[in-house]
Design a protein around this ligand. Structure first.
Ligand code: PNS
Length: 167
């Protein structure tokens, strides 16, 4: 996709990715199709208590997104708009699964617009098979039932890493 001046468009897809799910990958596939460059950005926000270290999350993302040549992986501290500016991005990509996601996403998008009016937030819908998949629920299943089959929710590599964490 190109802007009015035919400049390549970079989009940032930010998140915790703790860990990356098939829902995230579905959105990455959709984003990679319409943006020239898509940077998947892992937030280093210390407020959350992550299961995987940022370096682990980055490594897993690198592996499972290898097939997309226009997708890059990065991480950021501080404000998302500052990272987006540094990457020359004009778009923040976020997925909305259900109405319940909307309120939080709206708040974030409006705040980011206030901080940086030149960056647009674009929302995309994941495939319906992923409308209920979240990193939180996948971690809960892995934690509460180590033998649970997570196929369909996360790639095989992530399933292995989850089992290793809870074994
Ligand atoms: O996957 P998540 O946890 O829903 O992602 C949330 C994330 C990382 C996109 C959001 O917390 C974020 O952008 N954090 C960076 C801090 C920031 O820029 N805050 C001001 C905008 S509201």
């Amino acid at each position: 996709m190109a802007s009015g001046e035919n400049k390549p468009v970079t989009a940032i897809y930010p998140g915790s990715f703790d860990p990356v799910t098939n829902g995230h990958l579905d959105l990455i596939a959709r984003g990679a199709k319409i943006f020239d460059r898509l940077v998947v950005a892992v937030s280093q926000n210390l407020e959350k208590d992550p299961l995987f270290a940022v370096t682990e999350r980055l490594e897993m993302l690198e592996i499972v997104t290898r097939q997309w040549k226009n997708v890059a992986i990065g991480s950021f501290e501080g404000l998302l708009v500052d990272f987006a500016r540094a990457e020359n991005a004009s778009v923040i990509l976020r997925g909305i699964r259900a109405v319940s996601d909307y309120e939080y996403e709206l708040q974030m998008a409006m705040m980011n617009r206030k901080l940086e009016p030149h960056i647009e937030t674009v929302f995309m819908l994941p495939g319906e098979a992923y409308s209920f998949v979240s990193s939180r629920l996948v971690k809960e299943m892995a934690r509460l039932d180590g033998a649970r089959d997570l196929k369909g929710f996360v790639p095989a590599l992530i399933e292995e890493r989850l089992r290793a964490k809870f074994s």
